[in-house]
Design a protein. Structure first.
Length: 175
């Protein structure tokens, strides 16, 4: 007696094996990364962000800060490889009246202000204070030039002139 297998059962078995079995199985790394994204990225902009320079001036009064800055480290890569650490710089306001022909990269005044803009190191850490082993660019889905608002706890090391923020939340500003 020959047993006949209907094609619809074969198709159902293939679909189940391809989609049903594996669709809910993300790698534990991907799940961990997604969980971190959800916990770190804020959907709403925190209220009353300050410049980095303003926050740095008030560090003696409070270590809780909310700053707005651009992801930029002058001529360096702002992201540390395989660590959730990045650099933000104060946003240089356009003082040229919105001149459409103005090029900040060619303007000596804008260049000078950019070279002297306050900077901060932003750290995304675990419960032990260790940076997560992922690039902040991947973790936050950001790139150099993006504007962020960071809420967290700040320290200032005068010996190396390092203003550092351990972030609790990061809001990626819409362009």
């Amino acid at each position: 007696m020959q047993h006949e297998v209907k094609p619809s059962w074969i198709l159902a078995l293939l679909l189940f094996s391809q989609f049903g079995f594996w669709s809910g199985c993300e790698s534990s790394e991907a799940q961990k990364l997604n969980s971190l994204k959800v916990s770190l990225v804020s959907a709403q902009e925190p209220a009353s962000p300050k410049t980095i320079a303003e926050a740095k001036e008030k560090i003696a009064e409070t270590t809780d800060v909310v700053i707005r800055g651009v992801i930029k480290a002058r001529d360096l890569d702002p992201f540390e490889k395989n660590k959730s650490i990045f650099i933000v710089t104060d946003i240089i306001e356009d003082e040229h009246g919105g001149d459409p022909n103005h090029k900040p990269d060619d303007c000596p005044f804008c260049k000078h202000r950019a070279e002297n803009a306050a900077m901060a190191q932003v750290r995304l850490v675990d419960d032990k204070g260790t940076p997560h082993p992922y690039s902040a660019a991947d973790l936050l889905n950001v790139k150099e030039g993006d504007v962020v608002v960071v809420a967290g706890s700040a320290t200032f090391d005068e010996a190396v002139d390092l203003f550092s923020i351990t972030a609790k939340q990061v809001y990626v500003a819409k362009k």
